[in-house]
Design a protein around this ligand. Structure first.
Ligand code: NDP
Ligand code: BG6
Length: 530
């Protein structure tokens, strides 16, 4: 590992956090994965394909910088950018600089980071260009392990991966790994085409399909919460749980990205991948071990038991501008985005009720909801328990228990429960057991999802990556619905106002399927002593 004197703090904190978990569980996942990965002594080269693009400058280079400065990468790691634009490393540096988070104490290391960077310009389809890239990689280190990150539009995935295979595979016993970003196709058929193409070129162990939600702290915590606590296991089933709600909301619209978004819509953008992955981790059976294959086997079983969606299971919405909005953006509706085709029927909000037909979950609605331009930024998993049978208390006093895992912002786990009203009264009132991370783990730095996932690729851990059969099942669940929505005469989304909670018909469907909303309650601050 690189050791950077001025940067130890963040790296140490991450390790300390992981070691703490390791001590408690008896097994350090990080160490476990490192043990699995042979120490072969090869240097590493990380190649960013599409280095001139948005994802590269906003996410990939800032992540590489963070991993570098935190001393988490193997020694002798070099970074190579590749794209069609004729750029220098200086150009790349200027593009990325606004997005690199550099602490005062880290300023002198920025130079050394860019010194291990280089850039090659070339097309995405010509042998000669990829041979040139290969020569460059060989010159940097002839025996290096190579990681290729496809920060590229899906239209060039086929040619680029074929070129990597033909011209840029590693030599001399080193490994090659390829990281692919979503979208992995647009439906079952196109995804299968891509999967078949990739499987002809690479082994499954070489392929890392990123779903960055799998790199988020609370998403990774689901396995620990579920299988590391006796209190949740026995009630985690249809006998005790009334509904599961998995939510993603963002308080901004497409912000000029409408052209891209319109081709995919909110179901493909968020529900079919991020939310479905969270569903898998919430609903799967206990894996035999913590190995990537055992976990992914269980996720696939849940997907296989999940019914294909129909139009009756969903509510779709599209945001319109709020004339009284406080920002210019909020005054604009989705269709006001100049990059969106006129009269577009693409949904920017969706609620889908999924049914898992197995012994544990039969009859429990898994409600996935996601929306752009809503009232807040939020991602969470909410487990709503059944009513208490034969209650001692007046019917309207008891609210259903809920266990909420707040993914973002402000990671938290809290359990909404009933307690006796403090004081002379004997009635019940709703309160919560609260594990809010910035109270309990004050000062801890949470690594970004991309940091964890890119580090996983270096370590050869596929635990948080999507396997081909998972992807196939995910598309099987959504494809008929997507085709119906997009067919001639498909449904029109219901308008909702920018900055609102979304579509009220969505609440109605959730209620019809078994979710009970009893209203927001006010938290009673502890300083209000009775
Ligand atoms: P609420 O009681 O406000 O419930 C929010 C949930 O209800 C969301 O799923 C929301 O959906 C949904 N909802 C809101 N309106 C409706 C409606 N009309 N019909 C159907 N569903 C609706 O908040 P919480 O349960 O999250 O929190 C309860 C208390 O716990 C709060 O006082 C909070 O301050 C406190 N708390 C919060 C913590 C934290 O966030 N870190 C930690 C500990 C306690 P949607 O997302 O679509 O709006
Ligand atoms: C991406 C979607 O996968 O996730 C975006 O394409 C969305 O539309 C983003 O904004 C949300 O990610 P995060 O990490 O900001 O919640």
């Amino acid at each position: 590992m690189m050791s950077e004197e001025s940067s130890v703090t963040a790296g140490e904190r991450i390790r300390a956090f992981e070691e703490m978990a390791a001590v408690q569980k008896g097994v350090a996942i990080l160490q476990h994965e490192l043990q699995e990965e042979p120490k072969d002594g090869h240097p590493h080269i990380f190649v960013v394909l599409g280095a001139s693009g948005d994802l590269a400058k906003k996410k990939i280079y800032p992540t590489l910088w963070r991993l570098y400065i935190d001393g988490l990468l193997p020694e002798n790691t070099q970074f190579v950018g590749y794209a069609r634009s004729k750029l220098t490393v200086e150009d790349l540096k200027s593009k990325c600089s606004p997005y690199l988070k550099v602490a005062e104490s880290e300023k002198n290391k920025v130079k050394s980071f860019w010194e291990v960077n280089s850039y090659v310009a070339g097309s995405y389809d010509k042998d000669v260009d990829f041979k040139n890239l290969d020569s460059h990689l060989l010159k940097l280190a002839s025996n290096a392990n190579r990681l290729f990150y496809l920060a590229l539009p899906p239209s060039v995935y086929h040619t680029v991966t074929a070129q990597i295979k033909a011209c840029c595979m590693t030599k001399s016993g080193a490994w090659t790994r390829v990281i692919v970003e979503k979208p992995f196709g647009k439906d079952l058929a196109s995804s299968e085409l891509l999967s078949k193409h990739l499987s002809k070129l690479f082994q499954e162990e070489q392929l890392y399909r990123i779903d960055h939600y799998l790199g988020k702290e609370m998403v990774q915590n689901l396995i620990c919460l579920r299988f590391g606590n006796r209190i949740f296991g026995p009630v985690w089933n249809r006998d005790n749980i009334a509904a599961v709600v998995i939510t993603f909301k963002e308080p901004f619209g497409t912000q000029g990205r409408g052209g891209y978004f319109d081709e995919f819509g909110i179901i493909r953008d968020v529900m079919q991948n991020h939310l479905l992955q969270i569903l898998c981790l919430t609903a799967m059976e206990r894996p035999v071990t913590m190995s990537a294959e055992d976990i992914r086997d269980e996720k696939v079983k849940v997907l296989k038991a999940t019914k294909t969606l129909t139009l009756d299971d969903v509510v779709l919405g599209q945001y319109v501008g709020d004339p009284d909005g406080k920002t210019e953006d909020s005054k604009l509706g989705y269709r006001d985005d100049k990059t969106v085709p006129k009269g577009s029927k693409t949904a920017t909000y969706a609620l889908g009720c999924l049914s898992i037909c197995n012994e544990r979950w039969d009859g429990v609605p898994f409600i996935l909801k996601c929306g752009k331009a809503t009232n807040e930024r939020k991602a969470e998993v909410r487990i709503q328990f059944r009513d208490v049978p034969g209650s001692l208390f007046p019917e309207d006093q008891l609210k259903r228990n809920e266990l909420v895992m707040r993914v973002q912002p402000g990671e938290a786990v809290y359990c909404k429960m009933m307690t006796k009203m403090p004081g002379m009264a004997i009635g019940a009132e709703e309160t919560e057991l609260d594990l809010t991370y910035n109270h309990r783990y004050e000062g801890i730095k949470m690594p970004d999802a991309y940091e964890r996932l890119i580090l996983d690729v270096f370590m050869g851990s596929q635990m948080h990556f999507v396997r081909t059969d998972e992807l196939r099942e995910a598309w099987r669940i959504f494809t008929p619905l997507l085709h119906t929505i997009e067919s001639e005469g498909g449904p029109s989304p219901i308008p909702y106002v920018y900055g609102s909670r979304g579509v009220k018909e969505a609440d109605e469907l959730a209620k019809k399927r078994g979710l009970a909303y009893s209203g927001t309650y006010q938290w009673r601050p502890s300083k209000n002593k009775l």
